[in-house]
Design a protein around this ligand. Sequence first.
Ligand code: FAD
Length: 205
Amino acid sequence: MDLSLTPEQESFRDEVRSWLAANVPAEPLGPTSTPEGFAAHRVWEQRLFEAGYSAISWPEAYGGRDADLLTQALFAEEYARAGAPERINTLGLGLAGPTLIAYGTDAQKERWLPGILSCDDIWSQGFSEPEAGSDLAALRTTAVAAGDVYVVNGQKIWTSLGRFADWIFALVRTDRQAPKHKGITFLMIDMRSPGIEVRPITQIN
Ligand SMILES: Cc1cc2nc3c(=O)[nH]c(=O)nc-3n(C[C@H](O)[C@H](O)[C@H](O)COP(=O)(O)OP(=O)(O)OC[C@H]3O[C@@H](n4cnc5c(N)ncnc54)[C@H](O)[C@@H]3O)c2cc1C
Protein backbone atom coordinates (compact mmCIF):
# COMPACT_ATOMS: atom_id res chain seq x y z
CA MET A 1 0.00 0.00 0.00
CA ASP A 2 1.35 3.43 -0.94
CA LEU A 3 0.95 5.72 2.06
CA SER A 4 2.86 8.68 0.63
CA LEU A 5 1.05 12.01 0.30
CA THR A 6 0.26 13.58 -3.05
CA PRO A 7 1.81 17.01 -3.76
CA GLU A 8 -1.67 18.55 -3.19
CA GLN A 9 -2.02 16.86 0.19
CA GLU A 10 1.47 17.94 1.24
CA SER A 11 0.76 21.48 0.20
CA PHE A 12 -2.58 21.47 2.09
CA ARG A 13 -0.87 20.12 5.21
CA ASP A 14 1.81 22.83 5.04
CA GLU A 15 -0.80 25.55 4.48
CA VAL A 16 -2.85 24.37 7.48
CA ARG A 17 0.24 24.03 9.65
CA SER A 18 1.37 27.60 8.95
CA TRP A 19 -2.12 29.05 9.38
CA LEU A 20 -2.54 27.33 12.73
CA ALA A 21 0.95 28.40 13.87
CA ALA A 22 0.02 32.01 13.12
CA ASN A 23 -3.53 31.96 14.46
CA VAL A 24 -4.00 29.54 17.37
CA PRO A 25 -4.51 31.69 20.48
CA ALA A 26 -1.52 31.66 22.80
CA GLU A 27 -3.74 31.31 25.87
CA PRO A 28 -6.62 28.85 26.42
CA LEU A 29 -10.01 30.37 25.53
CA GLY A 30 -11.71 29.46 28.80
CA PRO A 31 -14.20 26.67 29.45
CA THR A 32 -17.09 26.27 27.01
CA SER A 33 -19.36 25.84 30.04
CA THR A 34 -19.18 29.59 30.74
CA PRO A 35 -20.79 32.33 28.62
CA GLU A 36 -17.41 34.04 28.11
CA GLY A 37 -15.59 30.85 27.18
CA PHE A 38 -18.36 29.81 24.81
CA ALA A 39 -18.38 33.24 23.14
CA ALA A 40 -14.59 33.08 22.69
CA HIS A 41 -14.90 29.66 21.06
CA ARG A 42 -17.59 30.99 18.73
CA VAL A 43 -15.20 33.75 17.59
CA TRP A 44 -12.55 31.09 16.97
CA GLU A 45 -14.99 29.03 14.88
CA GLN A 46 -15.73 32.13 12.81
CA ARG A 47 -12.00 32.64 12.19
CA LEU A 48 -11.74 29.07 10.96
CA PHE A 49 -14.67 29.78 8.64
CA GLU A 50 -13.08 32.94 7.27
CA ALA A 51 -9.89 30.98 6.58
CA GLY A 52 -11.86 28.26 4.76
CA TYR A 53 -11.39 25.56 7.40
CA SER A 54 -14.86 25.40 8.90
CA ALA A 55 -16.04 22.24 7.12
CA ILE A 56 -13.44 20.99 4.69
CA SER A 57 -15.37 17.74 4.10
CA TRP A 58 -18.46 19.57 2.79
CA PRO A 59 -18.93 19.83 -0.97
CA GLU A 60 -17.51 22.97 -2.55
CA ALA A 61 -21.02 23.90 -3.69
CA TYR A 62 -21.96 24.45 -0.05
CA GLY A 63 -18.77 26.21 1.03
CA GLY A 64 -16.58 23.21 1.85
CA ARG A 65 -13.47 21.91 0.11
CA ASP A 66 -14.60 18.45 -1.00
CA ALA A 67 -11.72 17.11 1.11
CA ASP A 68 -11.16 13.36 0.88
CA LEU A 69 -10.74 11.25 4.03
CA LEU A 70 -6.95 11.48 4.08
CA THR A 71 -7.06 15.26 3.73
CA GLN A 72 -9.57 15.42 6.59
CA ALA A 73 -7.20 13.28 8.67
CA LEU A 74 -4.30 15.61 7.83
CA PHE A 75 -6.35 18.57 9.01
CA ALA A 76 -7.33 16.79 12.25
CA GLU A 77 -3.71 15.80 12.86
CA GLU A 78 -2.40 19.33 12.35
CA TYR A 79 -5.24 20.76 14.45
CA ALA A 80 -4.36 18.46 17.36
CA ARG A 81 -0.62 19.03 16.93
CA ALA A 82 -1.15 22.80 17.16
CA GLY A 83 -3.20 22.46 20.36
CA ALA A 84 -6.02 24.44 18.72
CA PRO A 85 -9.24 25.13 20.66
CA GLU A 86 -12.08 22.64 21.10
CA ARG A 87 -14.58 22.82 18.25
CA ILE A 88 -18.05 23.83 19.44
CA ASN A 89 -20.13 23.38 16.31
CA THR A 90 -19.29 19.76 15.60
CA LEU A 91 -22.96 18.79 15.81
CA GLY A 92 -23.92 21.43 13.26
CA LEU A 93 -20.95 20.86 10.96
CA GLY A 94 -20.77 17.10 11.40
CA LEU A 95 -24.41 16.04 11.72
CA ALA A 96 -27.05 18.71 10.94
CA GLY A 97 -25.23 20.09 7.88
CA PRO A 98 -24.38 16.76 6.22
CA THR A 99 -27.93 15.50 6.90
CA LEU A 100 -29.37 18.58 5.19
CA ILE A 101 -26.92 18.22 2.29
CA ALA A 102 -27.98 14.59 1.81
CA TYR A 103 -31.72 14.83 2.45
CA GLY A 104 -32.78 18.50 2.73
CA THR A 105 -34.78 20.46 0.20
CA ASP A 106 -33.12 23.37 -1.58
CA ALA A 107 -35.06 25.76 0.65
CA GLN A 108 -33.85 23.99 3.81
CA LYS A 109 -30.25 24.04 2.58
CA GLU A 110 -30.45 27.75 1.80
CA ARG A 111 -32.05 28.46 5.16
CA TRP A 112 -29.59 26.65 7.41
CA LEU A 113 -26.30 25.69 5.75
CA PRO A 114 -24.73 29.18 5.62
CA GLY A 115 -25.30 29.78 9.35
CA ILE A 116 -23.91 26.35 10.25
CA LEU A 117 -20.83 26.86 8.08
CA SER A 118 -20.07 30.35 9.41
CA CYS A 119 -20.84 29.16 12.96
CA ASP A 120 -23.14 32.11 13.48
CA ASP A 121 -25.54 29.31 14.42
CA ILE A 122 -24.23 26.79 16.93
CA TRP A 123 -26.23 23.56 17.01
CA SER A 124 -27.00 20.96 19.61
CA GLN A 125 -28.52 17.51 19.31
CA GLY A 126 -31.80 16.60 21.03
CA PHE A 127 -32.12 12.85 20.79
CA SER A 128 -31.83 11.45 24.34
CA GLU A 129 -34.66 11.75 26.84
CA PRO A 130 -34.88 10.78 30.51
CA GLU A 131 -36.55 7.49 29.51
CA ALA A 132 -35.02 7.11 26.04
CA GLY A 133 -31.26 6.59 25.78
CA SER A 134 -29.95 3.38 24.25
CA ASP A 135 -33.56 2.57 23.37
CA LEU A 136 -34.06 5.79 21.42
CA ALA A 137 -37.31 4.58 19.90
CA ALA A 138 -38.85 5.01 23.37
CA LEU A 139 -38.74 8.78 22.88
CA ARG A 140 -41.93 10.55 23.93
CA THR A 141 -41.45 14.17 22.86
CA THR A 142 -44.27 15.02 20.47
CA ALA A 143 -44.66 17.61 17.74
CA VAL A 144 -48.09 18.51 16.41
CA ALA A 145 -48.49 20.64 13.30
CA ALA A 146 -50.54 23.77 13.95
CA GLY A 147 -50.70 25.97 10.87
CA ASP A 148 -47.19 27.04 9.90
CA VAL A 149 -45.54 25.76 13.08
CA TYR A 150 -45.11 22.64 15.16
CA VAL A 151 -46.10 22.64 18.81
CA VAL A 152 -43.51 20.55 20.65
CA ASN A 153 -43.99 19.00 24.08
CA GLY A 154 -41.43 16.94 25.94
CA GLN A 155 -37.99 16.88 27.52
CA LYS A 156 -34.52 16.20 26.18
CA ILE A 157 -31.44 15.42 28.27
CA TRP A 158 -27.63 15.23 27.92
CA THR A 159 -27.82 17.94 25.28
CA SER A 160 -24.14 18.84 24.82
CA LEU A 161 -23.64 22.62 24.68
CA GLY A 162 -27.44 23.00 24.80
CA ARG A 163 -27.08 25.80 27.31
CA PHE A 164 -25.65 28.19 24.72
CA ALA A 165 -26.64 26.65 21.38
CA ASP A 166 -28.76 28.70 18.98
CA TRP A 167 -30.51 25.73 17.39
CA ILE A 168 -31.24 22.10 18.17
CA PHE A 169 -32.06 19.26 15.80
CA ALA A 170 -34.44 17.08 17.75
CA LEU A 171 -36.08 13.73 17.19
CA VAL A 172 -39.79 14.14 17.90
CA ARG A 173 -42.80 11.89 17.52
CA THR A 174 -45.15 13.20 14.84
CA ASP A 175 -47.29 10.07 14.43
CA ARG A 176 -48.35 8.54 17.71
CA GLN A 177 -50.27 5.74 15.99
CA ALA A 178 -47.18 4.43 14.16
CA PRO A 179 -44.98 1.58 15.51
CA LYS A 180 -42.37 2.99 17.89
CA HIS A 181 -39.49 2.88 15.41
CA LYS A 182 -41.52 4.91 12.92
CA GLY A 183 -43.45 8.18 13.04
CA ILE A 184 -40.33 10.07 14.20
CA THR A 185 -39.33 13.41 12.65
CA PHE A 186 -35.96 15.23 12.62
CA LEU A 187 -37.07 18.75 13.56
CA MET A 188 -34.93 21.90 13.49
CA ILE A 189 -35.88 24.00 16.52
CA ASP A 190 -34.78 27.55 17.30
CA MET A 191 -33.57 27.47 20.91
CA ARG A 192 -34.98 30.99 21.37
CA SER A 193 -38.52 29.74 20.67
CA PRO A 194 -41.07 30.61 23.35
CA GLY A 195 -41.58 27.86 25.92
CA ILE A 196 -38.08 26.35 25.81
CA GLU A 197 -36.55 26.01 29.26
CA VAL A 198 -32.84 25.11 29.47
CA ARG A 199 -31.62 23.67 32.76
CA PRO A 200 -27.88 22.94 32.94
CA ILE A 201 -26.68 19.72 34.60
CA THR A 202 -23.83 20.91 36.78
CA GLN A 203 -20.84 18.57 36.84
CA ILE A 204 -18.42 18.05 39.73
CA ASN A 205 -15.50 19.32 37.59
C1 FAD B 1 -20.58 13.12 27.23
C2 FAD B 1 -21.95 12.81 26.69
C3 FAD B 1 -22.55 13.68 25.80
C4 FAD B 1 -23.81 13.41 25.30
N1 FAD B 1 -24.38 14.30 24.43
C5 FAD B 1 -25.61 14.06 23.95
C6 FAD B 1 -26.23 15.00 23.07
O1 FAD B 1 -25.66 16.04 22.73
N2 FAD B 1 -27.47 14.74 22.63
C7 FAD B 1 -28.14 13.60 22.97
O2 FAD B 1 -29.25 13.41 22.49
N3 FAD B 1 -27.59 12.69 23.82
C8 FAD B 1 -26.34 12.89 24.31
N4 FAD B 1 -25.77 11.99 25.17
C9 FAD B 1 -26.57 10.88 25.64
C10 FAD B 1 -26.12 9.53 25.17
O3 FAD B 1 -26.32 9.37 23.81
C11 FAD B 1 -26.89 8.54 26.04
O4 FAD B 1 -26.21 8.58 27.26
C12 FAD B 1 -26.96 7.20 25.47
O5 FAD B 1 -27.92 7.18 24.43
C13 FAD B 1 -27.31 6.16 26.55
O6 FAD B 1 -28.53 6.48 27.17
P1 FAD B 1 -28.70 6.52 28.77
O7 FAD B 1 -27.61 7.37 29.35
O8 FAD B 1 -30.12 6.87 29.07
O9 FAD B 1 -28.38 5.05 29.27
P2 FAD B 1 -29.34 3.78 29.24
O10 FAD B 1 -29.91 3.60 27.89
O11 FAD B 1 -30.31 3.87 30.38
O12 FAD B 1 -28.30 2.64 29.53
C14 FAD B 1 -27.77 2.44 30.85
C15 FAD B 1 -26.94 1.18 30.84
O13 FAD B 1 -27.76 0.04 30.47
C16 FAD B 1 -27.19 -0.62 29.36
N5 FAD B 1 -28.26 -1.10 28.49
C17 FAD B 1 -29.23 -0.35 27.92
N6 FAD B 1 -30.06 -1.11 27.19
C18 FAD B 1 -29.60 -2.38 27.30
C19 FAD B 1 -30.03 -3.63 26.77
N7 FAD B 1 -31.11 -3.74 26.00
N8 FAD B 1 -29.32 -4.72 27.08
C20 FAD B 1 -28.22 -4.64 27.87
N9 FAD B 1 -27.76 -3.49 28.40
C21 FAD B 1 -28.44 -2.38 28.12
C22 FAD B 1 -26.31 0.40 28.65
O14 FAD B 1 -25.25 -0.21 27.94
C23 FAD B 1 -25.79 1.21 29.84
O15 FAD B 1 -24.67 0.59 30.42
C24 FAD B 1 -24.51 12.23 25.69
C25 FAD B 1 -23.89 11.35 26.59
C26 FAD B 1 -22.64 11.63 27.09
C27 FAD B 1 -22.00 10.67 28.06
